[in-house]
Design a protein. Structure first.
Length: 189
């Protein structure tokens, strides 16, 4: 089976195409204030409650991101107004469009979160900050893109060669070594 080489850009109309198209960004969190709750349980040595609070906050953040994606599909952009999916269909992602995120297989470069956060002014609008390694704080946060193309789908970038890392570094105007470090798990040589 031959797999095509895909890019997220394949699902966005070029500016000069004359096609009206959109790409959206989002950053949501359910972790603001969670430290106080966790600290209370740490004092009580209640590890189970700590795990449950963190797990619940993580699941709520994902649910929030999923709800926002549904609102984009059905109301804000309205490209799937008649969508009426049950939970099983939602889990199978039978809706049109995707919400890829930096650090995941279709967009493995975590440094792209900085671009997204700058565009969204995410720190001021949500209270979410990025660490020096691009992890989100609070941890119960989700960020990414909204892409509405009817044929968009999730995919893995796969292994890349050193010349591709160098080309990517040149395009990002970053040091080759830094990008190589970020991409070292993807170099296939």
């Amino acid at each position: 089976m031959i797999c095509p080489y895909l890019s997220l850009a394949d699902f966005i109309a070029p500016k000069d195409s004359g096609i009206i198209d959109y790409i959206g960004g989002f950053a949501v969190t359910t972790g603001i204030g969670i430290e106080e709750i966790i600290n209370k349980y740490e004092i009580e040595h209640d590890d189970y409650s700590i795990i449950m609070v963190k797990a619940l906050a993580d699941r709520l953040a994902e649910a929030f991101a999923e709800k926002m994606h549904e609102l984009v599909r059905k109301e804000y952009w309205g490209y799937s107004k008649e969508e009426n999916l049950d939970n099983a269909a939602l889990v199978r992602e039978e809706y049109p469009g995707i919400r890829p995120a930096p650090g995941y297989p279709a967009q493995p470069d975590h440094t792209e979160k900085k671009v997204l956060f700058d565009l969204l002014d995410a720190e001021n609008n949500t209270g979410i900050t990025l660490t020096e390694n691009y992890a989100m704080y609070p941890a119960s946060s989700v960020s990414g893109l909204y892409i509405s193309h009817p044929e968009s789908r999730y995919f893995n970038i796969g292994k890349i060669d050193r010349d591709q890392v160098k080309d990517y570094a040149n395009k990002k105007r970053n040091e080759h070594r830094r990008n190589r470090k970020m991409a070292n798990t993807r170099i296939g040589i």
